[in-house]
Design a protein around this ligand. Structure first.
Ligand code: 9WO
Length: 255
């Protein structure tokens, strides 16, 4: 996959893209990520990328010209058609289903804005998929672009390495993760639940499933309403979980 990011601050993106899972995925050729400064396509001695809103009002609006030129230049650099994504609080809410959809594309073009918003003709002319990562205002789309790149890249075949084929493996369906413990057995008076030390794997699995259910009921009842596959006595096996729901309990590097 090729990912392009159009931004006014490429220098804040690059360290993230060269570190961690995303950096490793780039080194191993799973993905190539290119950051382009929209200002490189701005005209005039001032190199403006924003201007005052028609009709008046506070703040500045991102101009069409530099962004359209940047999109067209970057898209021409590779023959694969790009899926355009605009990061904004007005977009559809990002989730694992959308991450999975985007991970199927050959090429993504993420557009990060700044100032008080985009000239509406950016939406009308570029027809991007508009995506929000949550209901809050950022000062620009860059953090949202990093979130999307991270969620998408780790789904690409080979991104997590050989030992971790189960990037979205689920313990028991549409549930939050059960409580986990590692050494020491007692920390500041807090003990590891006895059952986890018992060696009884059937009982451990039962306990984890019950705890995952309890935690989900308490914190995210909405996840249970959307899902009737998690009946009591359910083995929790992959077969009982529709793939679209089997994501919240990320077993990461478990084999
Ligand atoms: C700023 C502002 C100030 C006064 C009145 C209205 C205003 N709207 C905005 C605004 O939405 N600015 C955005 C900043 C313009 C597009 C890029 N920016 C952005 C993206 N902020 N937050 C996001 C974002 C992206 C994805 N998911 C969550 C938030």
């Amino acid at each position: 996959m090729r990912i392009d990011v159009l931004t006014l601050f490429p220098e804040v993106m690059t360290p993230f893209f060269t570190s961690s899972i995303v950096g490793r995925a780039q080194s191993s050729g799973v993905v190539e990520i290119h950051c382009t400064n929209i200002r490189d396509y701005a005209k005039g001695v001032r190199r403006s990328v924003d201007d005052r809103p028609f009709g008046g009002g506070p703040g500045m609006v991102m101009m069409c010209g530099p962004l359209f030129d940047a999109v067209e230049a970057v898209e021409a650099a590779d023959p694969r058609p790009a899926t355009r994504v605009l990061l904004s609080p007005q977009g559809e809410r990002f989730n694992q289903t959308i991450a999975r959809e985007l991970s199927q594309e050959q090429r993504l073009l993420l557009i990060c804005g700044h100032y008080e918003g985009f000239d509406e003709r950016i939406r009308l002319g570029l027809k991007p998929r508009e995506i929000s990562i949550g209901d809050y205002v950022l000062s620009g789309g860059e953090p949202a672009a990093m979130v999307i790149v991270d969620a998408v890249v780790r789904l690409l075949p080979g991104a997590l390495g050989d030992e971790t084929s189960h990037v979205e493996e689920s313990f028991s369906g549409n549930l939050l993760e059960y409580p986990q413990y590692t050494r020491p057995r007692v920390f500041r008076g807090m003990e590891v639940p006895e059952v986890l030390l018992s060696g009884n794997h059937a009982q451990i699995e039962q306990w984890r499933h019950a705890e995952a259910l309890r935690r989900t009921r308490e914190r995210r009842p909405d996840l249970l309403e959307a899902n009737d596959t998690d009946q009591p006595g359910d083995s929790g096996g992959q077969a009982s979980c529709p793939p679209s729901d089997a994501w919240l309990v990320d077993r990461g590097a478990t084999s």
